[in-house]
Each structure stands twice: as C-alpha cells, then as structure tokens.
Design a protein around this ligand. Structure first.
Ligand code: NDP
Length: 448
C-alpha cells in the first residue's frame, strides 16, 4: 500500500494499492494481448482517438490541474499551464500519426520500401516532478506509432496518471492499450525493465536509476530512451540586458521549486557585470512568491517530500548570499537560495533538484564555455547577450541538447527535447520522438 501525501500540508490524500511483480507481468500481458488489434487500427482512426483524448484533457483541465497541484505541491497556475501542454501534446501526435511514414528508395530490379513499424509493448517510467506532462510526452508518440503501453508513475505521484488512464478509456482507446501501474520503482519499474515482452523503456528520472535501467535492458536488448538529470548553465555576458536576464534567472531555477531537470542552477556571470547582476538577481529572487499552491498568485510551492528536503539542504553551506522566506505551517518548504560558488563546489557539480542556485563569475567567452561544459551533464542552458554572433557561437559550443538565447525556454511541443552526455539520449517531443517508438523495416519488391 502507498500513502499519497500532499507535500504542502503533509496530509494524506489517499492510500493506494501498489503493483508487485505479478501485477506488472499481468499488465504487460494485457498490453501484449491488445497489441495486434491496436497496431492495425487505421491511422485516421488512431488520430481521431488521440484527438478525442486531447479534447477530454481540455474538458477536465481544471480537475487534472488540481490533482497535480495537490499531489506535487505545484502552484495551481503552473499546473494549469502543464495540463494545457498535455492536451497540445495529444493534438500534435494525433496530427503526426499519418505524417510519420516510410519512403521508396531507387534500387535496381525492383522497388525498395521502408515502413515505420511499432515496437510492441512499451514501458513508460516517469518521475514525480512533472508527472502528467512527462507521461504525455511518452504516451503521445507511443500510441501514435501503434504501440501498447504500460505506464508506471512515480510512487509519490500516481494520481494524475490514473485519471489520465480513465480518460484514455473514455476517449475510446481500447482496453489493454494503455495500462497505468502504480507501484515502486524498485519492484514494478524494475520488473518492466526485466520482462522480456516489453520492447522498450522510455524513462525519465535520475542518472543513477537511468544507468540501472540501461543495464537491465541489455539482457533482452530492449530499446531505451533516457531523459536524466542536469546541471545546466545560465551564461550572462556583460553586454546582456542585465535587468531582463536577472528578472528571468530566478524562474529558470526556482520554477517547480527547482525540481526540474532543466533548472539553470549554475548562473555564470561575466566578471565585469558580476556585482551589478548579483544585486539585481537578489532583488528579483526576493520577488518570487512562495506559499500555498492553491493560491492563484503563488509561484513556488514546497518540495516533494521530507526526505528530499533533507537532501536539498545538504547542499547549502556558508557562502549563501540570499535565502528567502517560507511559510511557517506544515509542508516540505525550502527557501529560494542563492550561493556564491566555484564550479568545483558540490553545489555546482551535483544536481540539487531544489531551489538552490550557484552564482559563479567568468572571465571571457572561452572561460564561460569551459565552465559550462565542465560537468558530466548536458541537458539545457541559456545564453544572455546582445551580440548575436557570440550567442550562436556559445550555443553551438555548449554540450547540451536544449538551449535558449535571451530566454529560459526549454520545452515546446513541436521541438526535440533531450540530453547530451549523462543527461541521457533519445529525443522527446516533436516529430523526433516518433523515431524512439518505431522501427524501420525495409522491403525489397522484385519487378522481375
Ligand atoms: P528516480 O530516478 O528514482 O525515479 C524516477 C522513476 O523511476 C520513478 O517512477 C521511480 O519509481 C522509477 N524507478 C526507481 N527505481 C527504479 C528501478 N530500479 N527500475 C525502474 N524504475 C525505477 O528519481 P527520484 O524520483 O527518486 O529522484 C531522485 C533524484 O533524481 C532527484 O533528486 C533528481 O536529482 C533526479 N530526478 C531527475 C528527474 C528528471 O526530470 N530528469 C526527475 C526526477 C528525479 P518510484 O518513484 O516508485 O521509486
């Protein structure tokens, strides 16, 4: 049994049974049984079902946003935006169903054709920080390609995925095509990785567990896509619009209470602008509204759990330049925290996954690139400058999958998302995600 808790109040929301190995195997068997009929559903019908699902998510947007806000502790305004994206993701993949197709290749003696084939049963393992959003990024392309799915939400945040499963049925997606399996990662998650009838694991979570998923998948040569941790850079050059960069920087790391793989938690500032920028950054951080997630004005809620708060606080030491206020009530609160650091400090090396930013000076463009890349991670990052050529040079030079110039933006429905280095591999979102949920088959047809 899992107790699902509201992290803003520490109160129990619900007790839920959790899947063991037997239930996991049963869910995989159901998905396997549903596969032959689902893979041959006409593309236009599959698209129609995904469009219906998108419409149902829109219809139930407020309910889903409240479930997510209560279970994760995220501000209701942010939860609404995330649910909006979930609907958009299903609309996008509804449109993509018949646009992801093979080709004919000129060869001698016949016609050579490629087909995009579904993989079969795919296991989707998602984390607690953006439960519904990340589930949709995997579910949309998996269904569009004709796979059947076992979706395992994080143990701490299963509620929105369970509701989404009900909406899939209501949309008319046949029983067995989408199976939602609440359970522990070390039991249900691991069994999904081991089960020989699962063709692929789409995983988002920590680099450590990602590594074990990859190892486990090797036994049955499962396909894997891994979206893992990050330690992204926010590089601010002295010629940037400092006011704009400083106003944006807190939201690049304190959004979702810093529990964001894209968090720009290393803020690099060119030496000449360092003091001025730090002053502006502290002022901007003071403005982040921390409190009750149900309040429309709240911008940052609590952390996910007491255990996680313990981990986050272990990163904060004597070099703190700012630490904000938090509510005195129950809840796993942690203040917005700015730390002056060097790139070698633990706070700048490891993923904190909390509202703690390291501010670090740099000397010139080469130094900025060196520091930004001096990490095993490579997920996202931002560059702030008025020099367009430099922006592009640095964007090309940073070893990361998702970069933005004069912006915090990381995620858009139509564009590829994913990491370099130990932030993982494979791409989510856009047409790119369809590659990870299909195989290329080649057929030669003799005309002799
Ligand atoms: P995990 O990597 O442990 O969890 C992610 C998902 O994997 C969850 O569904 C989890 O299930 C499942 N899982 C756990 N163990 C296994 C296993 N052996 N086999 C298969 N699946 C498994 O991340 P946490 O949620 O514990 O967070 C720990 C740290 O990971 C964070 O502090 C952060 O640094 C990083 N992280 C990064 C994320 C990202 O977006 N890149 C997202 C979440 C975390 P269950 O929850 O039931 O254990």
């Amino acid at each position: 049994m899992t107790t699902v808790t509201n992290p803003a109040t520490e109160e129990t929301i619900r007790d839920l049974p959790e899947a063991g190995v037997e239930e996991t195997d049963a869910a995989v068997a159901r998905a396997r049984e549903a596969f032959p009929a689902w893979r041959v559903v006409a593309p236009s019908d599959r698209a129609r079902l995904l469009r219906r699902l998108a419409a149902l998510v829109e219809e139930h947007a407020e309910e889903l946003a409240r479930i997510e806000s209560e279970n994760v502790g995220k501000p209701i305004s942010g939860a609404r935006a995330e649910v909006g994206m979930v609907a958009e993701v299903f609309h996008f993949y509804a449109g993509a169903v018949d646009k992801h197709h093979g080709e004919t290749v000129p060869v001698a003696g016949g016609v050579d054709m490629t087909f995009r084939e579904p993989l079969g049963v795919v296991g989707l393992i998602v984390p607690w920080n953006f439960p519904l959003n990340i589930a949709s990024w995997k579910l949309g392309p998996a269904l569009a390609c004709g796979n059947t799915v076992v979706l395992k939400p994080a143990e701490l945040t299963p509620l929105s995925a369970l509701r989404l499963g009900e909406l899939c049925l209501e949309a008319g997606i046949p029983e067995g095509v989408v199976n939602v399996l609440p359970g522990k990662g070390s039991v249900a998650g691991q069994r999904l990785v081991e089960n020989p009838d699962v063709a692929k694991i789409g995983f988002t979570g920590s680099t450590e567990v990602g590594r074990s998923v990859m190892e486990g998948a090797a036994a049955t040569i499962k396909r894997v896509t891994l979206e893992l941790g990050g330690k992204s850079a926010n590089v601010v050059f002295a010629d940037a619009d400092l006011e704009r960069a400083a106003a944006a920087a807190p939201y690049a790391v304190f959004d979702n209470a810093g529990q964001d793989c894209c968090a720009r938690s290393r803020i690099f500032v060119e030496r000449g602008a360092y003091d001025r920028f730090l002053e502006l950054l502290v002022e901007a951080t003071k403005g982040v509204k921390v409190g009750d997630p149900a309040d429309e004005a709240t911008e940052m809620g609590p952390l996910i759990s007491a255990e996680h708060r313990e981990k986050v606080s272990s990163f904060v030491d004597g070099s703190v330049v700012f630490s904000g206020e938090v509510p005195a009530s129950a809840g796993f609160w942690f203040p917005c925290t700015l730390v002056e650091a060097s790139n070698d400090d633990r706070v700048a090396r490891e993923e904190v996954f909390g509202p703690v930013a390291a501010v670090i000076p740099f000397e010139d463009e080469a130094d900025a690139l060196h520091l930004a890349n001096e990490t095993p991670y490579g997920l996202s990052g931002s560059i702030w400058t008025r020099d367009g050529a430099r922006a592009l040079r640095v964007a090309r030079g940073i070893e990361a999958g998702v970069l933005s110039v004069n912006s915090n933006s990381s995620v858009r429905v139509a564009t590829p998302f994913g990491g370099f280095k130990q932030s993982g591999f494979g791409r989510e979102l856009g047409m790119h995600a369809l590659e990870g949920y299909s195989e290329t088959k080649n057929v030669f047809f003799s005309t002799d």
